[in-house]
Design a protein around this ligand. Sequence first.
Ligand code: SF4
Ligand code: SF4
Length: 81
Amino acid sequence: MKTSISYPTEGAMGKTGTWRVFRPVVNAEKCIKCYRCWIFCPDCAIEIDDFPVIDYDYCKGCGICSNECPVKAISMEREGK
Ligand code: SF4
Ligand code: SF4
């Protein structure tokens, strides 16, 4: 299943992924495919291709997806590590 209700687009400030300090990383072994992360991402930077796939070109690293995940399958890791 590949689906999205909206897509991020490049704005006047370019691709918003460059704003990120922490990046969300999905642990597929923990993920139960509830798709709450996809529903809650304010930037529509998550696509569902069976598992959630983060679009790092547009993900701002807000951490909402990690916060909303019921099984803590998304960790926020510092960029550049
Ligand atoms: S919220 Fe967590 S468990 Fe649900 S689809 Fe996203 S990563 Fe998987
Ligand atoms: S960190 Fe924020 S912008 Fe990035 S995928 Fe998660 S909810 Fe979306």
